[in-house]
Design a protein around this ligand. Structure first.
Ligand code: ADP
Ligand code: ZN
Ligand code: ZN
Length: 817
């Protein structure tokens, strides 16, 4: 009897592929091991064995495999079960899931690019002959593809050679240009050596008598060092002495203070111990109790805790309990780069037990994390990760925490699998018998709905820790302000007044301007023309720092035009405003202060994000202007004022979630204000002061928002009452896309009638020269989801078989928003 294996290939294929193997191989191979197999005419891929069996595929002749790549499985049975769920729920192939699920370095294939790692030096005797040939070749030519290596070594089985070189850390495969996630450097100071001596010290204080502020700093430093510390954080010193960063800089320049950059400790050991846990206050105690009670009867619990209520401390308690029972914990975050603060906090508690799975990790770092989880290494008790960490090979998963569960970045849009990590985590937990805690100050409507209908437990925590008051929220009517001529640029007199007040108290300001709203666009005053992107249906956006007009979708850019391209007029003006404009205005309004900006443009560079955050923490920036990046769970201590420049750009976004999202965004930004004793202030500038969402934000009324939005969802047939599947057609040929979309929509309407919407062009109908058209299918609760998907797949199959629509791609997105 012949032997076969089924293999999942990292390709969008509907079925597993069958290959033939020898009896010896059949005895050795287990599901979850990698094999290198031929595919197509000359390609080699690595895939995962899903089954070892004896059933001849019959319809095609099974080819033999090329190589076995593992001695033991790298994918667990539980993972494969989960992948198969993802593929069927999100309507993609298991191959696509495989690609998202395991580190790229595991998937060597013909197109794989091999490179030498920087700075490696090897001894001849460490390498086999083949390895050495490849090593030498890579010194001549920096990149080699697998096919080229096959020619070079003159044999087909080159993957083991490459694998071995990867293991020896000589080469890297598919190395993208990722930045290493480095611990940040904290700026500290100490008194300069020469003042250790007492007389020198007295001399110094005399000298400084005419610089009282500097003297104040020195006294503060004495106070702080009296407790035995030598190095003092600049951020703490500015707070203690109430001096500005400039004063401290002057002292450093004078060599009174010496600056030392200290690598922030991964773990802050205190007398050989990890930082002790804090004691929960009574409200936290109560909430913890309630969560634990909920978990006795339910698998999922929603923690609705306002910003700064101390949710993290509750997570810590729950994590500790799970770990002490020998379980693994997954802590999901929307985007880790944005929460270095939180990682530090958790590492302080759990030290070596914490593993981080970061989107900016290099391929090799990801392999390491993956392998540590697979081998159930001690440091893999707690995994903190972004959405893709749900795919790791967990063993005894006991608890999943989804922090900021309302965040839209848990959803992957492109490429497939287009999954929502929060929803998938719920299923993952179920498969593993684990509990899920969803945490948010502004829960997603669906989550709250589930809690209200007892599908989830619900626990409220509605007091800020330390009885810090919620910030006061004030609405500023800018229509009125314009009429009364009380606006300076985009600032109302009210906002300016409070900024001044805040700065004069040495406190900080955060200003929020949404980027999704309008960005500055150049417009001709004579004919109204504004320059368009030639590849996409959007206006180019004006960037003042390099005088460019750029497309935010494809990156096309040209130099700023001095004349209208349509009529030649020189009367051009900019319309709309983004963060950059706010920053420019601020610089003119507050010349003596440091202004920082945080958006995609300023955080792109190396550690750009962390640099801005730590500059702000250390008081080197007085006013920080930013986009939604500012909303993500940051814990700044010295921010008194938060200004929302224009609430209307959020509210007017064309999407059924726009109101819910605006509410979440505004409350989250507001939560950055006044996190310590003093009460914070939030000013919301808007043209629509009576808009219900603005009102609900100002009274911090989640429940009102929830009820009202839920009613709208019910009326207009949206989640949680209806499920959605969106099909997007894409193609370069306008009429084919149009006709194809009509055909598809008509076929779908035969089964789903009025629950098919469209086809419709999205707000931006052309991107990178491809036309897009959307069809939306609404699925009532009573309708079977599985049957619906089956029908949709069948219609799509027929669509793909029609010659006239070849060249039109279809993208399916389940739960698209
Ligand atoms: P949330 O995540 O709910 O916005 P955090 O967990 O960030 O709130 O807590 C807000 C602040 O209060 C943090 O600086 C945290 O260290 C502090 N805090 C919360 N609970 C306690 C506690 N029990 N003891 C001491 N500090 C606490
Ligand atoms: Zn013109
Ligand atoms: Zn473009």
């Amino acid at each position: 009897m012949p032997f076969f294996i089924n293999v999942i290939l990292p390709l969008p294929l509907d079925n597993h592929f069958t290959y033939s193997i020898s009896e010896a191989e059949a005895n050795f191979l287990k599901p979850g091991m990698r094999v290198a197999v031929p595919f197509g005419r000359s390609k080699v891929y690595s895939g995962i064995v899903s089954e070892v069996h004896q059933n001849d595929p019959k319809i095609y002749e099974a080819k033999p495999i090329e190589q076995i790549l593992d001695k033991s499985p790298v994918v667990t049975a539980a993972q494969m079960e989960f992948w198969s769920w993802i593929a069927s729920y999100y309507m993609c192939t298991e191959g696509e899931v495989l690609r998202a699920a395991i580190p790229g370095a595991f998937l060597l294939e013909s197109e794989t690019v091999v490179q030498l790692l920087k700075g490696v030096e090897v001894q001849d005797e460490e390498l086999t002959d083949d390895e050495f040939v490849l090593y030498e070749a890579l010194q001549q030519q920096s990149l080699l593809k697998i096919n080229e290596i096959i020619q070079l070594l003159d044999k087909k089985t080159v993957l083991p050679v490459i694998n071995s070189l990867v293991e020896k850390k000589v080469v890297a495969v598919n190395q993208e240009i990722y930045e290493q996630y480095k611990p940040k450097l904290e700026r500290h100071v100490r008194l300069h050596e020469k003042y250790k001596d007492e007389t020198a010290m007295h001399q110094l204080l005399d000298d400084l008598s005419r610089a009282p502020k500097q003297r104040e700093v020195i006294f503060a430093l004495f106070g702080m060092t009296a407790q035995g510390k030598d190095l003092i954080k600049i951020s703490e010193l500015t707070k203690e002495s109430k001096a500005s960063a400039a004063v401290i800089k002057a002292l450093i320049d004078k060599e009174v203070l010496e600056e030392v950059k200290v690598r922030e400790q991964r773990f802050q050991f205190e007398e050989g111990e990890l930082a002790g846990k804090v004691a929960l206050n009574e409200h936290q105690q109560q909430a913890l109790q309630e969560i634990q009670t909920a978990f006795e009867t339910q698998d999922i619990c929603l923690l609705h805790g306002i910003t700064s209520s101390g949710k993290t401390e509750l997570y810590v308690e729950l994590i500790e309990k799970a770990v002490s029972e020998g379980q693994q914990v997954l802590y999901l975050l929307p985007e880790i780069a944005l929460t270095a603060q939180l990682i530090t906090r958790l590492q302080n508690y759990f030290g070596e037990k914490v593993l981080i799975y970061h989107s900016k990790y290099s391929v090799n770092e990801r392999v390491e994390v993956y392998q540590n989880v697979l081998n159930n290494h001690d440091n893999a008790r707690i995994v903190i990760g972004v959405r893709s960490s749900i795919f790791l090979p967990f063993h005894d998963l006991g608890l999943i925490i989804v922090d900021e569960e309302h965040e839209s970045t848990f959803k992957q849009y492109d490429p497939a699998p287009r999954y929502n990590a929060r929803d998938a985590a719920v299923v993952l937990a179920k498969m593993n018998g684990a509990k899920v805690l969803l945490g948010s100050a502004t829960p997603a409507l669906e989550s709250y709905f589930n809690a209200e209908h007892s599908k989830y437990g619900l626990v409220n925590l509605d007091r800020r820790y330390g009885n810090v008051l919620q910030p006061e929220i004030e609405i500023v009517d800018i229509k009125e302000k314009h009429r009364k001529k009380r606006m300076t640029g985009h600032f109302s007199d009210r906002l300016l007044e409070e900024i001044r007040e805040t700065l004069s108290n040495n406190e900080q300001v955060i200003l929020f301007q949404n980027r999704r709203g309008f960005s500055p666009i150049l417009e001709c005053n004579t004919c109204g023309h504004s320059p368009q992107c030639p590849n996409c249906d959007v206006s180019l956006t004006y960037h003042s720092h390099n005088n460019q007009l750029r497309c935010h979708y494809c990156g096309y850019h040209i130099a700023l035009q001095t004349k209208c391209m349509a009529c030649g007029s020189i009367e051009l003006s900019t319309k709309g405003f983004g963060t950059e404009k706010v920053e420019t205005e601020l610089k003119a309004l507050f010349p003596g202060h440091q202004i920082g900006r945080m958006d995609l443009d300023t955080t792109r560079g190396k550690h750009g994000y962390e640099k801005i955050i730590s500059a702000f923490e250390e008081g080197e920036i007085d006013i920080l202007v930013g986009t939604q990046m500012l909303t993500k769970g940051l814990d700044f201590r010295n921010v008194r004022l938060v200004g929302i420049m224009n609430a209307d750009t959020l509210l007017n976004f064309p999407d059924f979630r726009a109101h819910e999202r605006s509410f979440q965004l505004m409350l989250q930004v507001a939560g950055r204000a006044g996190r310590t004793k003093k009460r914070g202030l939030v000013l919301i500038q808007t043209y629509n002061p009576h808009h219900q969402i603005v009102q609900q934000v100002s009274t911090n009324n989640y429940l009102d928002m929830y009820k009202e939005q839920l009613e709208e969802r019910r009326n207009y047939k949206y989640p949680p009452f209806y499920r959605l599947i969106r099909i997007t057609l894409k193609g370069r040929d306008y009429s084919r896309v149009n006709e194809g979309a009509e055909w598809l929509a008509t076929s779908l309407k035969n089964s789903f009638y009025e629950n098919v919407l469209g086809p419709e062009f999205p707000p931006i109908a052309r991107i990178r020269n491809e036309y897009h058209k959307n069809i939306l299918i609404k699925i009532p609760q009573k309708q079977s989801l599985a049957k619906t998907k089956e029908l949709v797949s069948r219609v799509l199959q027929s669509f793909k078989a029609i010659g006239a629509y070849r060249g039109v791609k279809t993208v399916i997105n389940v739960d698209p928003y």
